[in-house]
Design a protein around this ligand. Structure first.
Ligand SMILES: NC(=O)c1ccc[n+]([C@@H]2O[C@H](COP(=O)([O-])OP(=O)(O)OC[C@H]3O[C@@H](n4cnc5c(N)ncnc54)[C@H](OP(=O)(O)O)[C@@H]3O)[C@@H](O)[C@H]2O)c1
Length: 257
């Protein structure tokens, strides 16, 4: 299937590892020009080098989604380097695990800045240009916790729900301007984030296998599978998919809808 995004400019935050990097790779395979943004230069440089090696036009920028000025600065720099952002993938690391009763104001503030306000600020910076040009695709990366909370991930559960509500609201406001806004809800995906969350287990490989065994598919997901979903939602073909929260969890959630 031709996705119709050849030459489009994509900005992928949290794009140096895991799901973000897989999204950047999938978009690049479809011919998009990709700007990879994250905090660490080593990861950004490695991701950009791999993308270029595959023949893509790719650039890297350093940004921190939890910095109030970071998201707008990332959009401005991406546009200065390559051109107007057509496709925005709003992603960052997840908040630290913990129960509701354990999180203090500082923890809440960081999670809200990084995972809720960071997404809002990023969208606010890229959206006016998309509307003016009459074409834009925004994909946020959250979690299946939007549908069904995950024990021990209080900060994540709360901030993802905020993003989902914002996406649903915005989708209706921009639908007439050729812009779509959708939300991807990954289940268990084998990335550094999963390895970190399982790092207290004595045998990491066994813990990953055990996590996979709890999924109906018998395995955990691959970041590339999420990347392909992101690329489709960002495509010209997905013009009528708007305001959706799309789960990609191998059928693990029992929630209907
Ligand atoms: N993996 C899963 O099973 C799973 C399931 C549900 C939801 N999710 C969510 O999906 C998102 C991506 O997960 P992942 O597993 O791909 O995570 P990951 O492997 O930890 O990768 C996170 C990426 O985001 C960057 N990043 C982290 N904090 C950032 C910040 N403040 N500003 C800019 N970039 C930042 C990281 O690079 P730097 O550290 O260099 O900045 C890295 O490129 C997270 O929000 C995660 O909670 C993941």
């Amino acid at each position: 299937m031709e996705l119709g995004i050849e030459g489009r400019v994509a900005l992928v935050t949290g794009g140096s590892r895991g799901i973000g990097r897989a999204a950047a790779e999938a978009l690049a395979r479809e011919g998009a020009q990709v700007v990879v943004a994250a905090r660490g230069s080593v990861g950004v440089d490695a991701a950009v080098a791999a993308l270029r090696e595959s023949g893509a036009r790719a650039e890297g920028i350093l940004t921190d989604m939890s910095d109030p000025l970071g998201p707008a600065d990332a959009v401005a720099r991406a546009e200065a380097i390559i051109g107007p952002v057509d496709i925005l993938v709003a992603n960052a690391g997840g908040p630290p695990p913990g129960r509701f009763v354990d999180a203090d104001d500082e923890g809440w503030d960081l999670a809200v800045q990084q995972n809720l306000l960071g997404t809002v600020r990023l969208i606010r910076a890229a959206l006016p240009g998309m509307r003016e040009r009459g074409w834009g695709r925004i994909v946020t990366i959250t979690s299946t916790s939007v549908r069904e909370v995950i024990d021990g991930l209080a900060l994540s559960n709360a901030t993802r729900a905020g993003v989902a509500g914002a996406v649903r609201t915005l989708a209706r406001e921009v639908a007439g301007d050729g812009v779509t806004v959708n939300n991807v809800l990954p289940g268990p995906i084998l990335t550094d984030r999963m390895r970190e969350l399982l790092s207290s287990q004595p045998d990491l490989d066994a813990a990953i296998a055990e996590r996979g065994a709890r999924n109906p598919t018998g395995r955990v997901g691959d970041p590339g599978e999420v990347g392909d979903l992101v690329a489709f939602l960002a495509s010209d073909r997905a013009a009528f998919i708007n305001g959706a929260s799309v789960m990609i969890d191998g059928g693990e959630s029992r929630v209907v809808g």
